[in-house]
Design a protein around this ligand. Structure first.
Ligand code: PAF
Length: 274
């Protein structure tokens, strides 16, 4: 992979990386489309990264279908698939990890304590292996995008990080490889995530400035679904993820809700300005 990228760079091509864990859906394909706008050689990495799963999480169950992913990548116009096996990435004696001091202490980092260390580490490694000029990440994993942007700044990677909008099912559910775990009943109940974000936007547009009221309203409507178990509903600063006490500037509203073993996340920027 490194030799291939060196060659592409020598011949003047711009390399753009789309890191994924596979089981691709239209959200991923929108990242490939975005990548194509920014470069000549689009590399999709497919790697279910053990380091970002905690004990008891869904590493083994995580859906995988390489043949299908390969066909989808081809159709979407990706040039290269980089799909290493875990021993290539974390060989014997592996012991080097990238950790951040503050960003992981919020949102998903609270219930998934090793997650962002795993993400920051594997993405750092992918950057060194694929040597891209730019990399595209989805905004559904908003905190992940902030973590990557921070790592790039802090470690002086010469890589442009591009955030791409959330892609939704027609009824509003944010696309995720984990949606395939949902039973039909949980799939219906899961609409409460995007609906509570829609409702929050309406309330802010109508002049609500109290983040606690918006949060309580969202909690009530989500907890009204029989199987929803809320991990968090947070209104926070979109750069630091610190909680906010008033809505006088754009704020991130982010949620994580479990249905059975399936943990879903979603988010939206709430902008009080007219
Ligand atoms: O967003 C994902 O699918 C993963 O967290 C990533 C960025 C590919 C790192 O494993």
């Amino acid at each position: 992979m490194q030799a291939h990228s060196d060659q592409a760079r020598i011949s003047g091509k711009t390399v753009v990386l789309v890191p994924t864990m596979g089981y691709l859906h239209p959200g991923h394909l929108s990242l490939v489309a975005e990548a194509k706008k920014h470069g000549d050689e689009v590399v999709v990495s497919i790697f279910v990264n053990p380091a970002q799963f905690g004990p008891g999480e869904d590493l083994e169950a995580y859906p995988r279908d390489f043949d299908r992913d390969r066909a989808l990548c081809r159709e979407a116009g990706a040039d290269v698939i980089f799909a290493p096996d875990p021993d290539t990435i974390y060989g014997p004696g592996y012991q080097t990890y990238v950790t951040l001091e503050k960003l992981p202490q919020h949102l998903c980092g609270l219930s998934r304590p090793v997650h962002f260390r795993g993400v920051a580490t594997v993405v750092t490694k992918l950057f060194n292996i694929v040597k891209p000029h730019a990399a595209v990440f989805g905004q559904k994993d908003y905190q992940q995008l902030l973590v990557i942007q921070r790592v790039v700044r802090d470690l002086n990677f010469d890589i442009d990080i591009i955030g791409a909008p959330i892609v939704r099912e027609p009824d509003g559910l944010a696309m995720s490889s984990r949606n395939t775990y949902l039973t039909p009943d949980h799939r219906r109940q899961a609409l409460c995530l995007s609906r509570s974000l829609d409702r929050a936007r309406e309330r802010v547009q109508a002049g609500e400035t109290d983040p606690d009221r918006i949060r309580r309203e969202a909690l009530e409507s989500i907890e009204a679904r029989p199987d929803a178990v809320v991990d968090y509903v947070t209104l926070c600063d979109p750069h630091t993820l610190e909680p906010v006490s008033t809505l006088n500037r754009p704020v991130l509203m982010a949620l994580a809700v479990k249905f059975g073993k399936t943990r879903l996340i979603d988010n939206r920027i709430l902008d009080p300005r007219p």
